[in-house]
Design a protein around this ligand. Structure first.
Ligand code: DGJ
Length: 741
């Protein structure tokens, strides 16, 4: 992985002064070395890392062809030179690493280009390579023209997750139009037994796990919205066959690190080979490369697990903590936060926020976040976006008095912003109506009464960075919740020539990343949450620049079980923000107990979003006890190994998750009952991942009950005898800790 160790060390030292405990991410893989090599006689490149080997070679036609992706092989194992099969007109049977559209290719290309003379034929062949540690760089060139592609492969020593990307360079003397550009193609051997898992969703119903057999044809997962979107997560997992479970069987998985329009296609060809191609969404896409210019694809990360879907999640979580998050390789655990949105919506005031803060501090909250409504004329969602100064009627002396009050209570302060957006009713829009994404002379579609500022425009980036920088320089703010409540419409960029306008899809995202990057550099202590009308911008790209993500506006603790379940297939629980809110829940009017709500949210990064003024002293006491419990277990929940013991999906009446510390010394088990029927006992839960011979003491968390158990027993005992919770009635929950002696 290309990582700047020294800069990470500086961040680490700064964080050592933080008030929250930090946990090292200690991994214990079977193989923790990585290596890259080239065999000159077979023309095969090989990368090894974790328990994985990835190999590809230069075939006898000079094209780069996949050779192997799976469990780690012995060092001398034979990996033969791939023999070119040629491109027949009926089928393409060559599993290429990065095919250009040309030479009769019928399968999905990785790159498609148009040259000014009308030629659209692109056939890429190997030119040269470089190997540096566990990184391989391959240069490909068209058979005739100076269009080059540099592929990069980096293998992670711990998890065997491979990072892939491509950079397309126009070294001809004329412009070249890139019409499609992927990060890479993953190839799986022929089989008719594969099954695909992916995450679909919508606002209030994000990250729902879907499963389907892979059959002849193509499955398309995508966003055309300009941002990651709620509809699909840029993630896939392919199980070797339908018998693969949470614990057993081989699974290939991958995720794109891109927060703009993206596409992943999963295709089974007529020979039953499976190709997975992912990168920029080619829909409405064109990137004009002037002579000398390059276009870099997003990163595409892929891995292989031998032990089912739990291992997929564990590998991804370890990898994201160690290599993706801004505080990697040792991100500190997330603080318990309070957010004002559900309590006050737009009706924030200095006094009202202070009252909430007093209560939040008294039950153990560590960070107080003021949400929407604090600025300009923001009384509802019809005005104010774009004008980022405190509303003088709500905050007559600016934000300082509130921030001081919050600091006085021992919490740090966070603030909601929606920097890329503007209301029609705002000074910014009145002054710069041309700063939004639009087509000249065409209607401008509003969503939530707002437009999208064009982050590809330098003046917009400067404005956004300028106001955020000022806000952070003038106020002691530790955290920003960066929201984005709509997608692109009429994606025009009239300030540039028509043949440059479709660059918007790339340049917008690069602009957004650039502002985040610069802001973090100027304010290294500030943490950021990625929010987009709930979980509309969650991907490995934004996770490199933000510390946590908002999972969903749906805060109902029962619905959350399946949203969170799906989320953890692709992303680490560390970043999964989960709030405890009021009951009945605003989203669906469901009533649940305080304990149920807490235990549901305590499976991720805990937040509170209720109207604390309406809570009884008893409920506040319960909250205080459970927040204290959470602080004891959060490093295990956020950074441990997750086992989804019993799924909440498909109408399941009971569900359970377990998190085990990376060193195996502690485990936390959560159990949730939907509704008791006929007095059936609560299903016994069988924890996993404990050390067989180690003695673990059991402890029920505050408010939880387990049926009679010994006080302590071996890991084997707990894993095979199991734990019997006592859950009753509707929406009951309990949790235990197992602690190694
Ligand atoms: C959408 C977010 O998902 C909510 O949490 C809240 O911040 C609102 N926007 C505020 O407008």
């Amino acid at each position: 992985m290309a990582m700047n160790r020294s800069s990470l060390r500086i961040v680490w030292i700064a964080l050592a002064m933080s008030p929250w405990p930090m946990t090292a991410v200690a991994a214990t893989p079977a193989n923790s070395t990585s290596d890259a090599s080239f065999n000159a006689s077979t023309h095969v490149f090989r990368l090894d890392g974790g328990d994985v080997t990835y190999a590809f070679g230069v075939n006898t036609d000079g094209a780069l062809e996949s050779v192997y992706w799976g469990a780690r092989l012995a060092p001398g194992d034979p990996l033969e030179r791939p023999k070119a099969k040629g491109r027949a007109f009926e089928i393409d049977d060559t599993p290429e690493e990065y095919p250009g559209w040309g030479g009769g290719l019928l399968a999905e290309p990785a790159v498609k280009a148009s040259f000014p003379d009308g030629n659209r034929d692109l056939v890429l062949q190997y030119v040269s390579h470089k190997i540096n540690g566990a990184t391989i760089q391959i240069v490909l060139r068209d058979i005739q023209r100076d269009l080059f592609v540099t592929l990069q492969y980096s293998m992670d020593a711990d998890t065997g997750i491979l990072a892939r990307s491509a950079e397309i360079a126009n070294k001809t003397n004329s412009p070249v139009l890139i019409e499609q550009a992927a990060a890479g193609e993953w190839n799986l051997p022929a089989s008719s037994h594969y099954s695909l898992r992916y995450l679909s969703g919508r606002w209030g119903g994000e990250t729902q796990l879907q499963s389907r057999a892979i059959e002849p044809g193509t499955t398309v997962l995508e966003s055309r919205r300009g941002t990651t979107g709620h509809e699909f997560a840029p993630w896939f997992a392919v199980a070797q066959d339908t018998a693969v479970t949470e614990w057993d069987g081989q699974v290939w998985f991958g995720a794109l690190a891109w927060s703009g329009s993206w596409r992943i296609t999963i295709a089974q060809d007529p020979l039953q080979q499976v190709r997975i191609v992912g990168g920029f969404n080619p829909f409405d896409f064109e990137y004009a490369l002037a002579p000398g210019q390059t276009l870099a694809s997003p990163m595409f990360y892929g891995g292989v697990a031998q032990h089912g879907f739990s291992e997929v999640s564990q590998l991804e979580s370890r990898f994201q903590l160690a290599h993706i998050l801004p505080q990697a390789p040792q991100p500190r655990v997330r603080p318990v936060l309070y957010n004002s949105w559900e309590a006050t919506t737009f009706h924030v005031t200095e006094q009202g926020q202070e009252q909430l803060a007093d209560k939040a501090a008294s039950i153990g909250v560590e960070r107080f976040v003021m949400d929407d409504g604090w600025f300009s004329t923001r009384k509802d969602d019809h005005s104010g976006l774009g004008d980022w100064y405190p509303d003088p009627t709500k905050f007559p002396n600016g934000l300082k008095p509130l921030i001081d009050h919050i600091h006085g209570l021992g919490m740090d302060f966070g603030l909601w912003v929606e920097p890329e957006m503007v209301n029609e009713n705002s000074d910014l829009y009145r002054k710069h109506p041309d700063w939004i994404i639009h087509f000249d002379g065409r209607p401008r579609t509003q969503a939530r009464s707002q437009f999208v500022l064009n982050m590809a425009l330098p003046e917009v980036r400067q404005y956004v960075l300028g106001f955020l920088d000022k806000l952070l320089a003038e106020n002691d703010i530790s955290f920003l919740k960066w929201d984005a409540n709509r997608n692109f419409a009429e994606p025009g960029w009239p300030q540039v020539a028509p043949d440059q306008q479709k660059k918007l899809y790339v340049d917008y995202v690069e602009g957004y990343y650039g502002v985040l990057r610069e802001l973090r550099a100027r304010h290294p202590k500030v943490e950021i949450e990625s929010c987009s009308g709930g979980g509309g911008r969650v991907d490995l790209g934004v996770m490199k620049l933000t510390d946590e993500v908002w999972t969903s506006d749906n805060t109902d603790p029962f619905d959350r079980l399946s949203i969170q379940d799906g989320f953890t297939y692709a992303y680490t629980p560390q970043v999964m923000m989960a709030w405890v809110t009021d009951s009945p829940n605003w989203y669906n009017r469901r009533s649940t107990s305080v304990t149920y709500r807490f235990l549901s949210a305590m499976q991720g990064s805990l937040g509170l979003g209720m109207d604390l003024n309406k809570w009884t002293p008893e409920d506040l006491e319960t909250s205080k006890a459970l927040i204290a419990e959470y602080k004891q277990i959060r490093s295990v929940v956020q950074q441990g190994m997750l086992y989804r013991l019993v799924s909440p999906r498909e109408g399941s009446n009971f569900s359970s998750t377990e998190s085990v510390a990376q060193d195996g010394n502690k485990a936390v088990v959560f159990a949730f009952l939907h509704s008791e029927q006929m007095q059936y006992p609560t299903p016994t839960v069988f924890p996993r991942g404990l050390r067989a011979g180690t003695i673990y003491a059991i402890r029920a968390l505050a408010g939880s009950t387990v049926e009679s158990t010994p006080e302590s027993a071996s890991g084997d005992f707990w894993m095979h005898h199991g734990v019997a919770f006592r859950l009753e009635g509707d929406y009951d929950a309990a949790a235990i800790e197992l602690i190694a002696r």
